[in-house]
Design a protein around this ligand. Structure first.
Ligand SMILES: C[S@@+](CC[C@H](N)C(=O)[O-])C[C@H]1O[C@@H](n2cnc3c(N)ncnc32)[C@H](O)[C@@H]1O
Length: 244
């Protein structure tokens, strides 16, 4: 199946969900414990310097974009689902933030090499037809010393699937699931090895257990079905000696 056909299906799925995306469980920060967990995660993964040129790949409605902008960074969010971008821009118009949103393919970025200090992405790697090529592309647009941060997760195939709206069991994804090599997610250690193999240095990771616990607590508090997901953040740097 042509990559464009796969991407059209994926974009159609997120377009359909854009209006309610922020309300779906886990997409926004709802409790003090979730806020504390995300603050710790950003403190852990972000370089101390403010004013970074940052790229949020597959930004959706802008979760990472707005969090990074709130920390003093200049952020570009890219996505290929028009309705997700519309929602992100609507939110940007309501708040003072140094952000811009652009339509683009995460696997073929419309930016020159070495354009950014930081590339960050949440819950996108699993839905790409060519995740390894995408990692190369994200590294291409980083400056020497720049950092790639990947937030993702691994499904437990033995656990029951959530009964709420779920991308992986949707009709759009059913048509293309064979074309998405990371569909079920990958273990944290695999992503660490992968970014090392693609040339990053000082690679590290964290299992975000505080975020997982905070979200589980909210499931209990809200009387929701309790679903445990392995989640993680992996990051690594472009070698400073890699300037062309
Ligand atoms: C699960 S959502 C995550 C959105 C956002 N990163 C967040 O954490 O809230 C996945 C997003 O990736 C986008 N996406 C998937 N494949 C893409 C691609 N090849 N190029 C650009 N965006 C893509 C989708 O349109 C969707 O907005």
């Amino acid at each position: 199946m042509a990559s464009d056909v796969v991407k059209d299906q994926v974009a159609a799925h997120w377009d359909r969900r854009a209006a309610n995306f922020d309300e779906d469980f886990g997409h926004s920060i709802r409790t003090p414990a979730e806020r504390a967990a995300w603050d710790r995660i950003f403190d852990l993964v972000l370089p101390a310097r403010r004013g970074l040129d940052a790229l949020d790949v597959g930004c959706g409605t802008g979760f990472l974009t707005f969090e990074l902008a709130a920390r003093g960074h200049r952020v570009t969010g890219i996505d290929f689902a028009p309705a997700m971008l519309r929602e992100a821009r609507r939110k940007a118009a309501e708040r003072p933030a140094s952000v811009r949103f652009q339509a683009a393919d995460a696997e073929q970025l419309p930016f020159p090499a070495q354009s950014f200090d930081l590339v960050m992405t949440r819950h996108v790697l699993w839905t790409l037809p060519q995740p390894e090529a995408a990692i190369d592309e994200w590294i291409r647009v980083l400056r020497p010393g720049g950092r790639l941060v990947i937030v993702d997760g691994k499904l437990d195939s033995t656990a029951p699937q959530p009964s709420t709206e779920n991308a992986r069991t949707s009709a759009e994804y059913a048509a293309v699931r064979d074309q998405l090599p990371f569909l079920g997610g990958r273990f944290r250690e695999e992503i660490e090895s992968l970014v090392k193999a693609h040339g990053l240095v000082s690679v590290a990771s964290d299992p975000v257990l505080d975020l997982v616990a905070a979200q589980e607590q909210r499931m209990v508090d809200e009387g929701r079905e309790r679903v445990t997901r392995r989640r993680y953040v992996v990051w690594g740097d472009v070698d400073r000696g890699s300037a062309a």
